[in-house]
Design a protein around this ligand. Structure first.
Ligand code: AMP
Ligand code: ZN
Length: 474
């Protein structure tokens, strides 16, 4: 298996630390809002990577964190904690919004046939581990206290910018555009390991530490949570390209300083999904492009998975509804053919699979995916199998096998589903409508208006009718 490694900027042969086993880590979502389909492109490509490794016979252990504290509005450690801002926006507690958006995230993943990682760990579960790592970094002289925070001292490292010898300017290309200065730092790239007072007044979640009451920085989460479950050596670390700097660069700096040896061998980064019209896919402006939104427009979520598989994970992907419509037509046509093959094969169920034929096509499929996860080539193999002069039984066996990685339900018959809404989200809407009803009964119109406005912000329009409250998505 060959894979592109951001660390060396090359496609390399994949050799795990322990033969046959893969320790894999994924940066999980910050659960302050819905995941947009751009975020989900990253998780979808990482899912294909994991399934490819399993298909090739590796025993994979995959760990993911849930960021429920410490990720500030700027990746440069300034601004407000995204979770606190989300809680304020929705007049909820941080833990309430963390639960709500974590549930919606996994429900979206399920719709896209993205497997849940073996271990999912929220950051707020691991505060003592974060404190321990920071204590060691202070003892070793890699960290310092300045102003009210504990910082990592990047000047203590021989090499801070390790990703492919990129220089600082090159790295800044992938950076979210909101990195700003913090005057307490000794060096421009130093980052916060532990926050005390400065952002403290507003912070809902805070813990005792040797440096006073406070809360952890974002980067420390992933180092600690991965080591907690995968040990001191990791094979593959994944994320979107915007994670390269500063997040992954900082993870490497603190992990290797703490461990005293190399930490992770391969870094897998998925390029962004961009909106054809507005450029960026955003959570803050206009309609958030979510899986539920696609469903409301009548698309099967797997059409989006199919759409993503047609392009390479290392290239930016342009999203538009025209492109999704084209993918929809191609997907429905392909699925129809696969279901015809299935019906034909079921008529000949006593015919055995020709192992030589199976192995020949399966080897080509493995080659395509083993070539830096070339999913469009792997998709071509499905078409080749359909066209091949082989039995329907062989075709079905191959397609069902390939679909273990592709995950687009090629031979699964589905009722033509009405556009649906995430069940968790629907439950939430109905609860809010009941609360609004109760508020109106108590003549608390301010509260009733607040609930209506909050739902509207989430795209839900309420209409008071004679038959009661009706709602629809805007
Ligand atoms: P967040 O919840 O903001 O921490 O992001 C979750 C994941 O989505 C991270 O791995 C990001 O790198 C990734 N990501 C953010 N925006 C996009 C995008 N437009 N396309 C693909 N991946 C993205
Ligand atoms: Zn991370």
């Amino acid at each position: 298996m060959k894979i592109y490694n951001t660390l060396t900027k090359r496609v390399e042969e994949f050799v795990p630390n322990v033969e046959g086993k893969v320790a894999m880590y994924t940066c999980g979502p910050t659960v302050y809002h819905f995941a947009h389909i751009g975020n989900l492109r990253s998780y979808l490509c990482e899912d294909v990577l994991e399934k490819t490794l399993r298909y090739l016979g590796y025993d994979v252990k995959r760990v993911m964190n849930i960021t429920d504290v410490g990720h500030l509005s700027s990746d440069g450690d300034t601004g407000e904690d995204k979770m606190v801002a989300g809680a304020k926006r929705e007049h909820k507690t941080v833990m309430e919004i963390a639960k709500f958006y974590t549930d919606v995230f996994f429900s979206d993943c399920k719709k896209l046939n993205i497997k849940t990682p073996d271990v999912v760990e929220p950051a707020t579960n691991c505060i003592s581990e974060f404190i321990h790592m920071i204590e060691v970094l202070l003892e070793k002289g890699y960290a310092y206290k300045a102003g009210e925070n504990i910082y990592f001292d990047t000047s203590k490292l021989k090499e801070y910018f390790v990703f492919g010898n990129q220089n600082e300017d090159e790295l800044m290309v992938g950076v979210r555009d909101d990195v700003t200065e913090d005057t307490n730092k000794k060096n421009k790239n130093d980052f916060v390991l532990w926050f005390t007072k400065s952002k403290f007044e507003d912070q809902a979640l805070k813990w005792d530490s040797p440096w006073g009451v406070g809360y952890p920085g974002w980067h420390i989460e992933c180092s600690c949570i991965s080591m907690k479950h995968l040990g001191e050596y990791m094979d593959i670390h994944c994320g979107g390209v915007d994670n390269i700097f500063p997040h992954h660069t900082n993870e490497i700096a603190q992990s290797e300083s703490y461990l005293g040896h190399k930490w992770c061998n391969y870094w897998f980064h998925v390029h962004h999904l961009n909106d054809r019209d507005s450029g960026k896919i955003s959570k803050s402006k206009g309609t958030i492009l979510t899986v539920s939104f696609l469903e409301e427009q009548g698309y099967d979520p797997l059409v989006y998975r199919f759409f993503c598989l047609q392009s390479h994970y290392r290239k930016p992907l342009e999203f538009s509804f025209d492109a999704l419509d084209n993918a929809n037509v191609a997907y429905q046509k392909l699925k129809k053919k696969c279901l015809e093959v299935k019906a034909e094969a079921e008529k000949n169920s006593d015919t055995k699979v020709n192992q030589a034929v199976f192995d020949e096509y399966d080897a080509k499929f493995k080659d395509a995916l083993g070539n830096d996860i070339n999913t469009s080539m792997a998709m071509t193999l499905v078409y080749d199998v359909l066209k091949a002069d082989i039995s329907a039984v062989d075709k079905l066996a191959l397609i069902e096998s390939f679909d273990k990685v592709l995950g687009i339900d090629l031979t699964v018959e589905k009722e033509a589903a009405a556009p649906s809404i995430d069940p968790e989200f629907e439950k939430f809407i109905l609860e809010q409508i009941e609360l609004r009803k109760a508020a109106k009964k108590e003549k608390n119109f301010a509260e009733a208006d607040r609930i209506r406005a909050e739902l509207l912000e989430k795209g839900v329009v309420l209409e008071d009718t004679r038959e009661g409250v009706k709602w629809y998505m805007s």
